[in-house]
Design a protein around this ligand. Structure first.
Ligand code: SF4
Ligand code: SF4
Length: 181
């Protein structure tokens, strides 16, 4: 891992494996229409833009351009994605979201520490398969967001507002992207 800040001029990636290379043109295929949002389970539960396909693509583009750091928070948004690809079938622009997410994960490396892995496993096995639990989790999350507790959660692993993605934090790993063809 490195604290390297990626400048726009750095968007070459010859050293990256082929699957980790994205083009800006590929990311620009997303026209932000939002038709994928209601097909995305993580967005439906959290109602947070960074937990949606559109939001994640936006984050990847910002990281590829060096406008944000691919830090731990960035990694959380990328790894909360279930990789179900329901967004791909809903997308009228043919965005290959799965490829974008896989490339991001390739660059980030394995997700967080033991706690993050445990929470992810619990979400997969004990939450997402059960609609009633999902609804309860969504209710609790909305309360958490509206109560002001979210603002005090700096440093925790719980989701915060989209603007928090722009805060500086230790980079997860160097992020680069190849230029548009
Ligand atoms: S991924 Fe597709 S459906 Fe979702 S906002 Fe972008 S263009 Fe629209
Ligand atoms: S692949 Fe990820 S972003 Fe797309 S619908 Fe599934 S959880 Fe949402």
């Amino acid at each position: 891992m490195t604290d390297h800040h990626v400048a726009e001029a750095d968007l070459t990636a010859e050293h990256l494996p082929g699957d980790a290379r994205l083009s800006i043109a590929e990311l620009d295929q997303c026209v932000h229409c939002g038709l994928c949002l209601n097909h995305c389970p993580t967005y439906r539960v959290t109602q947070l833009e960074p937990e949606s396909p559109r939001g994640r693509i936006h984050l990847v583009r910002a990281a590829a351009e060096g406008r944000i750091e691919p830090n731990a928070r960035f990694g959380e948004h990328i790894y909360l994605c279930l990789m179900c690809r329901a967004c791909e079938t809903a997308c009228p622009s043919g965005v290959q979201y799965g490829r974008i997410a896989e490339a991001a994960r390739e660059v980030l490396g394995p997700p967080g520490g033991p706690l993050a892995r445990t929470l992810t496993r619990l979400a997969f096995t004990q939450l997402f398969p059960y609609p009633r639990r999902l609804r309860l989790a969504a209710t609790l999350l909305r309360f958490y967001q509206r109560s002001g507790l979210q603002c005090r959660s700096r440093g925790s692993s719980l989701p915060r507002s989209p603007t928090s993605c722009r805060r500086s934090a230790p980079a997860a790993r160097e992020w680069r992207c190849c230029p548009a063809a």
